[in-house]
Design a protein around this ligand. Structure first.
Ligand code: SF4
Length: 363
């Protein structure tokens, strides 16, 4: 805790702000914070009001709830309606609206068996206590959370729990960044890369940012000084026309990431095409269970398909997640869509950029 507090030091932050201003020297910079935790940290710390006016921060696709596609919500609502199925999920998925605005919370109110768990391992306890039912854990999240799900699958095998499976809706960050950059309308000049995901990935999977797109990428931590240091490094790379992928969070992220976690991930999962809300299908940007674990793959075991569903009417989450629109520019923001009455998932999750703007910015 004391170590983290050192990265909140006002003097340190002031000197980093000076360094940032020197690097910018009056020029503008549009950076994207990929991760929802960064979006919230920038608001919570008050950094947004301290940054020079020429620095625009765009929120990216790094909030797992926000990028869960309407068709994926439809699939888990389908499961929730089945007999002998218990859904185990993290609480923040409960209110994510799917087709017709329906969510797991509605399904739960109508009698579906939906249990909130705090760890995927809790779902194994549910399975052990309900041998006549199939417990389906809803696996959402990025490279950070997927290894814990892999560890849970391993434990289920070791305990011979045959009534446990996973609906793997995990997403991978690097393919999404490539898709953003392939869009001719993309205005991102540099990426603040996610600290948590990078603890697993390390730096190498982001190398294409600088190599193929000439865009800097800096892995940053979540304290104000971490974020400012990352911004300084981005601005200096832009100034010097020397884009690179570098690590500004070495106290948590090793350049090689976590090979053990990646090995566990690769034991159970393999890349697959995945649907991202507002973005669509991105090749090889998701994780599915390997064929040898089909009995624990809810898609196969419960014969699930992802239906074609129309997007939520009026919701501009897709434009927000691609950095094309700031949440307050959505016509529904703060009117029809609020944290109490969310129209889209970006207003549901505490890490969603619409929810962050609603909570912290002046309206
Ligand atoms: Fe969607 Fe609401 Fe955000 Fe608009 S304000 S983009 S409706 S979540």
């Amino acid at each position: 805790m004391q170590l983290e507090q050192a990265f909140q030091d006002p003097q340190l932050c002031r000197s980093l702000l000076d360094r940032l201003n020197r690097a910018l020297d009056g020029r503008s910079m549009r950076f994207m914070e990929v991760c929802g935790t960064h979006t919230v940290a920038i608001f919570q710390s008050g950094l947004r009001s301290l940054l020079p006016d020429t620095v625009a921060h765009l929120s990216g696709p790094g909030c797992p709830v926000c990028v869960t596609h309407d068709a994926e919500v439809a699939a888990f609502l389908d499961l929730a309606g089945r007999d002998n199925v218990i859904i185990a999920t993290f609480g923040d998925l409960l209110r994510v609206p799917g087709p017709g605005g329906r969510s797991l919370k509605h399904a739960q109110a109508q009698g579906a068996r939906v249990e909130i768990v705090y760890s995927p391992l809790d779902a194994l306890t549910l399975a052990a206590n309900n041998p006549g039912d199939i417990v389906v854990f809803l696996g959402i999240g990025f490279e950070t959370t997927a290894p814990t799900v892999a560890a849970t699958l391993l434990t289920a095998r070791q305990r011979k729990l045959e009534n446990f499976c996973v609906l793997s809706l995990h997403k991978l960050v690097p393919p999404a960044l490539r898709t953003l950059l392939d869009d001719s309308q993309c205005a991102v000049e540099a990426f603040l890369l996610p600290g948590h995901v990078s603890t697993i990935l390390g730096l190498e999977p982001y190398g294409f940012l600088a190599k193929d797109y000439h865009v800097p990428g800096v892995v940053g931590g979540f304290q104000p000084a971490d974020i400012l240091l990352a911004l300084c490094m981005m601005a200096e790379q832009i100034r010097d026309n020397a884009p690179a992928v570098v690590n500004a969070y070495p106290r948590a992220v090793g350049d090689a990431g976590n090979p053990r976690a990646r090995a566990l991930l690769e034991q159970f999962f393999m890349p697959a095409d995945a649907l991202w809300r507002g973005i669509g299908s991105i090749p090889q940007s998701g994780l599915t269970l390997r064929p040898e674990y089909e009995d624990m793959n809810a898609m196969v075991r419960l014969d699930l398909t992802l239906p074609d569903v129309p997007p939520l009417p009026g919701c501009r989450c897709g434009d927000v997640l691609k950095g094309r629109m700031a949440p307050p520019d959505c016509p529904l923001f703060g009117k029809k869509c609020t944290p109490a009455t969310p129209v889209g998932p970006c207003m549901v999750s505490t890490e969603g950029s619409c929810a962050a703007y609603f909570k912290y910015s002046e309206r």
